[in-house]
Design a protein around this ligand. Structure first.
Ligand SMILES: [Zn+2]
Length: 170
């Protein structure tokens, strides 16, 4: 993510995700999006200077299968609604942990389908066991989300670029 990246809105002005500015320019060129707001600093090439797209809006329907949600720690919590997938409690942020369903030392990958949100007591109790061995069944099978709301934390940003502030719910 760079300061020039672009927030993509759907037709109804709801934020969808962040895309590289180069892609936004390309989509604009192809007539798929319209410019809504520009970054303060323009893009300069050798011969000319043009506005850096900060926010663009899709002119057609959104097709989420066109992209893959990248794995992130914060994304797992967002997917699981900050709820422990073992006991169903919503721990405080301090007690929010990530659990490898199939433990790491037994080859469990760090991926959407093997990582769930767990409160620290459940994580401790489960230890290096599988849900079956620990008798702690998962109520929902973890999957890669098809879409992730672009929030500041989900995007891993310290600060939201000013032109995005009107569009993002934080
Ligand atoms: Zn728990």
């Amino acid at each position: 993510m760079t300061a020039k990246d672009t927030l993509l809105l759907d037709q109804g002005y709801q934020p969808l995700r962040v895309i590289p500015w180069q892609r936004a320019i390309c989509m604009n060129f192809l007539g798929k999006v319209e410019m809504v707001a520009a970054h303060e600093r323009p893009i300069r090439t050798v011969t000319r200077e043009y506005a850096a797209p900060a926010v663009v809006r899709l002119l057609g329907p959104y097709r989420p299968q066109q992209y893959i949600v990248r794995f992130s720690r914060e994304g797992v919590h967002v997917r699981d609604r900050y709820t422990c997938q073992y006991c169903g409690n919503r721990p405080s942020r301090r007690d929010l942990t990530l659990d490898h369903v199939l433990p790491r030392h037994r080859g469990g990958p760090t991926s959407w389908d093997n990582i769930v949100t767990a409160c620290s007591p459940c994580n401790l109790r489960k230890g290096g066991r599988t849900p079956d061995e620990a008798n702690m069944p998962l109520h929902v099978r973890p999957l890669r989300p098809r879409w992730m709301p672009p929030t500041r934390t989900a995007l891993g940003l310290d600060e939201i670029p000013p032109p995005w502030r009107d569009w993002l719910l934080l």
